[in-house]
Design a protein around this ligand. Sequence first.
Ligand code: ADP
Ligand code: MG
Length: 254
Amino acid sequence: MSTAAETQAGDGAGDVLRASSVSRSFAGVRALQDVTLEVRRHEVVGLIGPNGAGKSTLVNVLSGFDRPDDGAVELAGRDVTGWNASRRARAGLARTFQHSRAFPSLSVRENVEVAALGIGARPREAARRADALLELLGLEKLAAVTASALSHGDERRLGVARALATEPHFVLMDEPAAGLPEAELPEFAAVVRSVRDEHDAGVLLVDHNVALVMDVCDRIQVLDQGRTLAEGPPGEIRANLDVAAAYLGESAAE
Ligand code: ADP
Ligand code: MG
């Protein structure tokens, strides 16, 4: 009965990934201080902030590649703070990395298949997912190319395909558009939307491209020096002068 009730509640505990009051320090550097962030299924949440704000640390804490000193991580109603990354992956949480983690000597196609096999998909199913994802990401023509030969942009796309191959409920994307040519950003935005709309997943999108984040996100959270500075819908964030000073000011100076 409780399972049925959980499934029924569209925005119930089963549909949320949450970091609650997480803190993390590295040798005196307070990378995260009491940060709470929620991602629901079927929404895209943007995470922005200057370099060193703590964005990647938060992605690591959410995905199980790092542990918070304080606070908790919940996935679909369960406390997963003590779970390692592969256990969280099997429970429906996927991520991409700022730097490629593809197997360099395997082909693009094999890299996607291996990601599916890694969470227990059967070979035929892994092959089916690879076909569908290479098409979604526009990588069909590169299917047989070894990953080490990819351009930066194609490497980014492969990272997203590998994350989606696990059929996740939540996808964390750490600067997935870095290195993509400006002209390819609209297509990439469409991919992010399709992860939400067709794969029924919640997305956390970390990116430096403010236009992309404003365009594609339902909500945005701004980090600065390990703290949440603002959060809200894109229009509200854009209008927030504190954010402009902390974030856009820095971008303008770059
Ligand atoms: P962002 O992704 O927003 O640029 P990070 O989360 O990578 O920021 O880093 C936040 C702060 O924590 C920075 O000051 C960074 O130098 C520090 N930091 C992150 N990871 C480590 C680590 N493994 N060891 C030491 N310091 C780290
Ligand atoms: Mg980072």
